[in-house]
Design a protein around this ligand. Structure first.
Ligand SMILES: [Zn+2]
Length: 275
């Protein structure tokens, strides 16, 4: 799933083009993709977006009259494309928006499961829709992170991914961040020392900034990640082969030398714990 660096790179790319022209036609949308029916999509027609905004892993586009907001959540397989006038696009995207002059903004989703979503909301409804999210991960800082950790008896990998606690990090960047911070994915947040909290706060910023810079230059997953999905490849710090462990419904990648003092982590799959 695209996380903060990926979505922020998208936001920067879309910010200018989406406000270049008023909207000529909004829709059609796949019945599973469009999550709202009132106001209808046609209410966008003739209006202009004031730009692209981001909150956590979601993008949203407010109209410049302040009345409507288009919210987009890509989930795992959704992708956005901005097509200039005349550029060929997918035949039946999950959602299509056409601007005056012919440029298009399309959302596609690979696979048969339609999980990505589009919402057309009023600004008040948007607040309700995003209200459960915790503070943004980028720029969170050691003080705020320290307060969060102090009240959380949870394991770091799971804590970092919880959007209600810290917004914008998913499983890939949680792997990168914890490796950078030299912390075990299984470490309990409440047990961190002050120095470890500071290291984690710094790792969040450094890694998310690194990801954003790479994604803005169009780097793919293989070039962007150094730990995530790198099973058996040498750790970029110490050369130890990267290890993998199943935790809850996720697969974690880590360096047993840099992060766990040589210990190999045991599987803690949710299905096994529930048995
Ligand atoms: Zn290492």
């Amino acid at each position: 799933m695209p996380e903060l660096p990926e979505m922020e790179a998208w936001r920067r790319r879309l910010d200018e083009p989406v406000r270049a022209f008023p909207i000529a036609k909004a829709g059609p949308a796949h019945v599973a993709t469009l999550k709202t029916f009132d106001p209808p999509l046609a209410a966008l027609e003739g209006r202009r977006f004031e730009g692209a905004r981001r909150r956590a892993k979601r993008l949203y586009f407010p109209t410049d009259d302040g009345e409507l907001v288009l919210l987009v959540h890509l989930m795992t397989a959704g992708r956005l494309k901005y097509l200039t006038a005349g550029e060929k696009g997918p035949k039946s995207p999950a959602f299509r928006l056409e601007f005056q002059g012919g440029a298009q903004f399309v959302l596609t989703e690979a696979g048969s499961k339609k999980r990505a979503g589009v919402w057309l909301l009023t600004p008040e409804q948007l607040e309700g829709e995003l209200g459960h999210l915790g503070p943004e991960a980028l720029g969170l800082g050691a003080e705020a992170l320290g307060e969060i950790c102090a009240r959380e008896p949870r394991r770091l990998h799971s804590l970092l991914r919880d959007q209600r606690v810290i917004a914008g990090i998913g499983r890939a960047w949680a792997n990168e961040i914890l490796h950078h911070a030299r912390l075990s994915p299984y470490a309990l947040a409440r047990d961190l020392s002050r120095e470890q909290v500071e290291r984690l706060a710094e790792a969040i910023d450094v890694e998310l900034e690194r990801g954003l810079e790479l994604r803005e230059r169009g780097a793919n997953d293989k070039r962007t990640y150094r730990v995530h999905d790198k099973l058996h490849e040498p750790c970029y710090v110490c050369g130890t082969p990267i290890a993998r462990v199943d935790f809850e419904e996720h697969t974690i990648y880590y360096c047993p030398d840099c992060q766990t003092g040589g210990r190999v982590l045991k599987d803690r799959r949710l299905s096994r714990l529930l048995r």
